[in-house]
Design a protein. Structure first.
Ligand code: UDP
Length: 327
């Protein structure tokens, strides 16, 4: 019998790619998603997959699903459901950390009952900027002094991770954590505020690319299919209670350089304009410190092997946006 996985957030950006891969690999998937951040139409996505019997779903929150005491049984749980994005999190200010911890507690109870391993898809934001942007799993985390909605997102994710790891120490629950760095690829929505869908849409529309401040911010972009590889490897080989950076250090770039690459790869004649994001999104918007991964742990011990460079990520997203597909 093929393996069956619970995927929370399986109709979101990363989740939908993970579900596609699980099904292609012959596994079965049950998605729990309230469609709140889904960048795709559910019908179009199901049509794209050919409405396979191996994919089932409940359209509700993680908490509602868990509190319904489902009788389902799973070999593993991928936890991706979350509010997301520098702009996407703003309407949830004050409720984010609470939501993340409640979801994690309920899922840990559920997974414990079923004897299923959890892979928690967390965030590189937990580092708070690391060592001038360089983030290693062994480093002390930084809690920035400035209290922002972004900080609530970061500490909520970190608190949920911490509780999960401690559960593995005091109970038989098995869990590994993945911390993605700047994921990008087809289906990523500009609504969350993420830079690449914004730049590419602007470039294709001939509008100015909105580089915030002076564009010197540093990030490392990773194609969503490489992220999915890392998530699957964490389920297969991840050490119990261990967190793994999943981000391609070779794709490190400043945002101004990224904007120039987008113009080059798309052949756009748009201008670059330097803007203040608070003027667009309001005073709750906050910038993250520079961040890029030390991925040596995932490369070495998971055998993770990211394949795609920044130009490919841009090209792939531009092809998707040009195609006008909704899934
Ligand atoms: N950014 C930008 N223009 C935009 C959107 C984002 O210059 O239209 C910058 C943003 O300030 C940040 C970087 O691009 O320095 C990455 O932003 P994103 O929101 O994609 O990810 P995060 O900041 O969470 O790493």
């Amino acid at each position: 019998m093929s393996k069956r996985f619970l995927v929370t957030g399986g109709f979101g950006f990363i989740g939908s790619h993970l579900v596609e891969r699980l099904l292609a690999d012959g596994a079965r998937a049950h998605v729990v998603d309230d469609l709140s951040t889904s960048p795709i139409s559910l019908d179009a996505f199901l049509d794209l997959l050919g409405r396979p019997a191996a994919l089932t779903h409940d359209l509700c929150t993680v908490l509602d699903y868990c509190q319904g005491n489902p009788r389902d049984s799973f070999d593993g749980v991928f936890h991706l459901a979350s509010v997301v994005g520098p702009v996407g999190v703003l309407p949830h200010a004050g409720k984010i950390a609470h939501m993340m911890i409640n979801d994690m507690t309920a899922l840990s109870d559920l997974a414990s009952r079923m004897g299923a391993k959890i892979v928690d898809v967390s965030t590189s934001e937990v580092y708070g900027g690391g060592r001038d942007g360089w983030c290693s799993e062994d480093d002390t985390k930084l809690i920035q002094a400035n209290v922002t909605v972004r900080l609530e997102y970061a500490v909520g994710k970190l608190a949920a991770e911490t509780a999960l790891v401690n559960r593995t120490k005091v109970s038989p629950l098995q869990a590994s954590i993945v911390r993605p760095f700047n994921v990008a690829g087809p289906r990523q929505s500009a609504k969350g505020g993420f830079v690449l869908p914004r730049f590419i849409q602007q470039a294709l529309a001939g509008e100015p690319l909105t580089v915030y401040h002076d564009g010197t911010m540093v990030r490392a972009f990773t194609h969503v299919s490489d992220i999915v590889d890392g998530i699957l490897l964490a389920m297969e080989r991840g050490e119990n209670g261990r967190a793994y950076n999943i981000g391609n250090p070779r794709n490190k770039t400043t945002i101004l350089e990224l904007a120039k690459r987008v113009l080059r790869v798309t052949g756009s004649r748009s201008e670059i304009s330097f803007v203040d994001p608070a003027a667009i999104f309001g005073p709750l918007f906050a910038e993250a410190n520079d961040k890029y991964p030390d991925a040596s742990l995932a490369l070495r011990s998971l055998g993770w092997d990211p394949k795609h460079g920044v130009d490919f990520v841009i090209q792939d997203m531009a092809d998707y946006i040009r195609s006008g597909r909704t899934a």
